[in-house]
Design a binder for this molecule. Structure first.
Ligand SMILES: Cc1cc2nc3c(=O)[nH]c(=O)nc-3n(C[C@H](O)[C@H](O)[C@H](O)COP(=O)(O)OP(=O)(O)OC[C@H]3O[C@@H](n4cnc5c(N)ncnc54)[C@H](O)[C@@H]3O)c2cc1C
Length: 396
């Protein structure tokens, strides 16, 4: 018999991909017998995997299509949704401080996601945009609309110039979207397509993705009109200028930072083992070491697959898979049963590359062009619909 988690509700911090799924699955598996409180600073679940769609966001005028109200997701469940900002977690006292009070828990799922990592690059946090949060994507959409409606601020430049920093999936999808969006439709007047530069940095372009996908992505990115600059890290950002490590300087109307993620500050401050970027280095059962019944799930966690020894990627797909196992283990802990280890199996990966095109790899098969974009869209739609119905997604 394992040590059961102390009595008290399951407190889930964060209603993103990980937290929403933990809450849903525990509610389903325990049939309402485990009290669940889900806390998020927003009353909505943000479809974060779609936040690169800044052209569509600029045209839409409202961000509603990128969110699902939590009240709708949990209307037929016993999950209590509470809007609030988590300020501190006390693992010894088993309590969490919110802006408006303190909650005590029996079990805890920390699912607070990730924030942009600026690696100490001067000017990066103050002078760049980001699409890691909905508020950032909305701000970027507005700034792009303005730049497109007006003239470029760069002397001698005819077209606006956007520099995207970071050659992972987010930077790549964003660069392609900006380069191929119909800006005349967005501004309702004449607009010039921007020149878009994608600075991939010192890491290989689309690092970690299958080589055949990367090859097709490179070609499609070029046909989308994006200039890919490999091999150089950014050393400094100034108003309207990006400095590269070879001493060159790139002028820019807008700079977007997609160069990486780290754990939120309150998680980094937690007295628990940390991994890369301050993520919580969890046991194979997804529990914080030495804290039975305290789980970290999704981007906030550093998870090592015991079968391969590899780190699990920080993706929504992995967050959902981890959440399903964490939910089983929450129940196991509440009953004094042994928790099970998490084993990661990637279902596939798809990258959107503008103009209704993309590149995807499912197991060992690569598809590209419109079939890949359609596949990505179908997975995103299925996920959003499942969430709206309060049901688990079967594709993501
Ligand atoms: C543009 C973009 C495209 C992407 N595309 C893909 C893709 O195609 N496929 C894929 O698998 N992954 C993709 N990802 C990655 C994916 O979005 C993340 O891995 C995923 O969101 C992680 O889920 P999470 O639940 O850990 O974090 P999140 O989804 O970020 O959820 C964290 C939640 O915690 C809440 N929160 C944070 N701090 C506090 C606080 N202090 N108080 C209260 N609430 C708080 C937030 O409001 C949020 O709801 C993409 C990411 C981006 C940015």
């Amino acid at each position: 018999m394992e040590t059961p988690a102390p009595p008290g509700p399951l407190l889930v911090l964060g209603a993103g991909y990980a937290g929403l799924t933990v809450a849903q699955q525990v509610d389903r598996l325990a049939r309402g017998s485990v009290p669940i409180v889900l806390v998020d600073r927003h009353p909505v679940h943000v479809l974060r995997t779609q936040l690169y769609e800044v052209g569509r966001l600029a045209a839409a005028g409202s961000p509603d299509s990128w969110t699902v109200p939590l009240a709708r997701v949990f209307e037929r469940s016993s999950v209590e949704c509470r809007e609030g900002t988590v300020e501190a977690i006390d693992l010894d006292a088993r309590s969490v401080r919110l802006g408006d009070g303190t909650i005590r828990y029996g079990s805890l799922a920390v699912c607070l996601g990730s924030v942009a990592a600026y690696y100490g690059v001067p000017g990066a946090s103050e002078l760049t945009h980001q699409v890691y949060r909905l508020s950032g994507a909305i701000r970027l959409a507005g700034a792009l609309r303005e730049v497109e409606a007006g003239s470029s601020t760069l002397p001698g430049e005819r077209r606006p110039r956007v520099v995207v920093v970071g050659g992972g999936s987010t930077g790549t999808e964003l660069a392609a979207e900006i380069a191929t969006s119909d800006w005349s439709q967005v501004t309702g007047g004449p607009a010039r397509p921007p020149d878009v530069f994608l600075l991939a940095g010192a890491l290989p372009f689309l690092d970690g993705l299958p080589p055949s996908l990367v090859r097709h992505a490179r070609l499609l990115l070029r046909s989308a009109g994006v200039a890919l600059v490999p091999g150089l890290n950014v050393t400094r950002v100034e108003a309207g200028r990006v400095h590269l490590e070879d001493g060159s300087v790139l002028a820019a109307d807008l700079v977007v930072w997609c160069a990486g993620l780290e754990a939120p500050p309150l998680v980094r401050a937690l007295g628990a083992p940390h991994g890369k970027g301050g993520r919580l280095a969890v046991d194979p059962t997804l529990e914080v070491p030495g804290r039975p019944g305290v789980f970290a799930v999704g981007d906030v966690a550093e998870v090592r697959d015991p079968s391969t020894g590899m780190l699990v990627p920080a993706t929504a797909q992995a967050a959902l898979a981890e959440a399903r196992v964490a939910a089983r283990n929450v129940i196991a802990r509440s009953r004094g049963d042994p928790p099970v280890p998490f084993v990661y199996r990637e279902r596939g990966v798809a990258v959107a590359l503008g103009l209704g095109r993309g590149a995807a790899a499912i197991r060992h098969v690569t598809v590209w062009g419109s079939p890949a974009a359609l596949l990505k869209r179908a997975v995103q739609r299925e996920y959003a619909r499942s969430v709206e119905r309060g049901q688990p997604s079967t594709l993501l």
